[in-house]
Design a protein around this ligand. Structure first.
Ligand code: R5P
Length: 288
């Protein structure tokens, strides 16, 4: 994985590839090619689609590292799948975020590092009952800094929904052009979203929409279209985790975006910003 190698380079340690494959029936095979006894294992595995396969591989790597005698098992999971189901929105729903954390802890992970998890407060609450040490870092300052140098200094920062206001705020601190958010309502049964846009003083100004995840692109496209309708000049779409499912890219482009910028949490053609330094700096604190 590109990110794993980058993190290793910043830590000045060797990156060891893992022998892995997926059999035709979908089962994964994992083999470490390096002795683990007494080592700190840093496992870098983002859990983008296919999430279940990537998660199973993560569990297998953490369990095997522990089994082979690793002293610490640090799991770096920049995009943490299933984090959006962090509470029971409808009666009887499965609390998937909690299940993922419980499983990781049980297979031997001592630390988990995630980036811009969907809801940091929910993660904090769930973390209280767990032994595993969890750290959520944000890529927004580095993303915003990159965008600033692409001609967006002084641009307005926007969160496409209330849950993204902290992202817009962080972006705003770097871009220095003010920040706000739109309201988004999601029908929990159909998944349909409705965006309630505020009137912003955006006529002739540049704007950047910051979000944690772009999946179908629906949320980002609506925010971009609304900014366009309100007279914004140049609009950039920035996200930490570019899942880009089912035509997301076209959806955002058709809405009138001028630039799409993401991190290497998931490697895409829009991974202009690396989160490797951010992660390496935090790992240094754990292993010092
Ligand atoms: C949800 O609240 C997240 O922060 C993102 O806005 C959402 O997951 C994006 O999903 P999509 O791209 O499918 O609209």
């Amino acid at each position: 994985m590109v990110l794993g190698k980058r993190i290793a380079d910043y830590l000045n340690i060797e990156a060891h590839p893992v022998d892995h494959r997926v059999f035709p029936d979908g089962e994964s095979y994992i083999r470490f090619m390096y002795p683990m006894e007494g080592e700190t294992a840093i496992i870098v595995q983002t859990t983008s689609p296919p999430q279940d396969t990537h998660l199973m591989q993560l569990y297998m790597m953490a369990a095997t590292a522990e089994d082979l005698g690793a002293e610490k098992v640090i799991c770096v999971v920049p995009y943490l799948a299933y984090a959006r189901q962090d509470k029971r929105f409808l009666e009887g729903e499965s609390l998937s975020l909690e299940i993922i954390l419980r499983l990781l802890e049980n297979v031997g992970a001592s630390h988990l590092i995630v980036i811009d998890v969907h809801n940091a407060n929910s993660l904090k609450k769930i973390q209280k009952n767990r032994r595993i040490s969890i750290k959520n870092l944000s890529a927004i300052p580095v993303l915003a800094d990159y965008i600033k140098h692409q001609g967006y200094s002084g641009a307005y920062s926007l969160g496409p929904d209330k849950g993204a206001i902290h992202l817009a705020k962080m972006g705003g601190q770097v871009l220095n052009g003010g920040f706000s958010y739109f309201e988004k309502r999601r029908d929990r049964r159909t998944g349909e979203i409705e965006m309630v846009a505020k009137d912003l003083d955006i006529e002739g100004r540049d704007a950047v929409v910051f979000d944690d995840i772009v999946s179908s692109g629906g949320t980002m496209a609506r925010a971009v279209a609304e900014l366009k309708a309100q007279g914004a000049r140049h609009i950039a779409a920035a996200c930490t985790h570019a899942l880009f499912q089912g035509g997301a890219e076209n959806r955002i482009r058709e809405a009138g975006v001028d630039a799409i910028i993401a991190t290497d949490s998931i490697q895409t053609k829009y991974s202009y910003v690396s989160i490797a330094v951010l992660i390496a700096d935090y790992i240094r604190k754990i292993i010092k």
